[in-house]
Ligand binder design. Sequence first.
Ligand SMILES: [Ca+2]
Ligand SMILES: [Ca+2]
Ligand SMILES: [Ca+2]
Ligand SMILES: [Ca+2]
Length: 566
Amino acid sequence: MRFNRILTRRRFLAEAAAGALALAGCKHKPTPVIPAAAKIPVSPVRFTDITTAAGLAFDQLRGGCEMYYFVEQEAAGAALFDADGDGYLDIYFPQPKPLGVCKPKFKAPLRHRLYLNNRDGTFRLAPDAFRGADTDYGIAAAVGDYDNDGHPDLYVCCYGRNTLFRNRGDGTFEDVTEKAGVGVQGYSTGAVWFDYDGDGLLDLYVLRYAEWTVALDVPCRGPDGKRDVCNPMMYPPAADVLLHNNGDGTFTDVTQKAGVGQVKQRSQGVAAADFHGHGRLDLFVANDMGPNFLFRNEGNGTFKNVGMQENVAFGLAGQSQANMGIAVGDYDMDGDLDVVVTTFSNEPYTLYRNEGGYFTDQSAPAGIAQPTRPYLSFGTGFIDTRNQGLLDLFFANGHVFHLVHREDPHLTYKQHNQLLLNDGNGHFTEVLDALPADDVRVHRGACFGDINNDGRIDILVTANDDRPTLLRNDTASPGNWLLLQLTNKHGCCTPIGTRCIATVNGRKLLRVVLGGGSWGGESDHRVHFGLGSATRVEHLEIQWLSGQKQVLTDVPANQILPVRET
Ligand SMILES: [Ca+2]
Ligand SMILES: [Ca+2]
Ligand SMILES: [Ca+2]
Ligand SMILES: [Ca+2]
């Protein structure tokens, strides 16, 4: 009943906000659990669904054969990046393909898509962006300027073979997979670009989920004997892969040498950031039904998995969870990076607070455990929705079992997304009227970025076998802001790992160029600061991965500022 009550509460508040509340229409009685709703003020945050008006209302189908193949449970994400270099974010959608012996329900072939930003709130399909080159069953994408030419490149993760597309600089892409040697095979759920050895070249960590193929697919059945996807434990986990960038357009597999391939888990999410304040990039890997990895970068080309010793491997009860997406940010403003991982239904999403050398589970005291427990989430991120210098949390929700309601009537396949606002004192509160009330889908990927360059962070959400949702941030009276567009001394326009510390009204805000995170894609690599009432940033320190520190003072608010490492 809990889930139904929550849905009812969401609709109740949404309709109340619209002035169209009809109490007679509420079939569920108020319950003692819910009075908190009365305490939640009308949200200052407002996201508007502009998908159709923006020209993005297409169905990102999962293959179309209704065979409930294992790989179809998640389907696909998306990536937000400026493909054509005009200063506006464009959108890439990987595309699943029909699998096995089946008759697809659609006529036109399913192809991956790049939409270019028209800078007027709409997007146009760029049909020739890949000059006809396609991918295998596309699931996720990672963005990074691996050749340091100032144009972001695209790595597409697939069931089949992964594909690397080099950006020619004009928003068109060349398939360089074979030359680069990065055509990782299998069932790949994501990847992240990051320079782990500090040579100025982005390396690539690739997630592989399970040893599954169409031929090995087990026809699992849900309630009433109807076909549904299998539990992941049916298939053995596959090993992730680390590829070192040689600087000449080729890569070398260093998985074993670097010490990241010893243990196999069913990896779903990955984020590259400096979780230890040591000036090197570590990796957080979210694993489904197995302990998470935290690979500490040892600085000598190797990593050590400190997930267990630093307390991020398991959930609060000491058990493995079904972990998918990852949010990274300094939500408590103590100068280190904290982590949220998303989980299965009846598991709370987990907040690991960085205590400097280890993490503590703050899911319950921070107010995240209770509202998220009924949901299942993939995409997530910390974003400053109000430009107040506070990192809020967004979750893209949707179950994997389409018959889940028959197993547990409290759960549903299609779900609402969630936004939890940070109160600045270590606590989050869900706001129920910030997101469109009718957006109930099997959501998967979530990418965050300012699509219209107005300083407010927008959200792109993908959904399994359904249309994506582009949510424009229309928050009224947001604070001032600053967006940094960074390029390092090597010419890389995606300098993943750069740390930026802004001093604003005496507070120090840490923001980083995050590698990966969320699930299924990449977010805007520009660094966003919400400044509240401050009209200038008094002191802005940029800590490049090279170790170089650059300081800017008295930076005016409300601008997109290009900064190049000097
Ligand atoms: Ca663009
Ligand atoms: Ca490039
Ligand atoms: Ca922190
Ligand atoms: Ca915006």
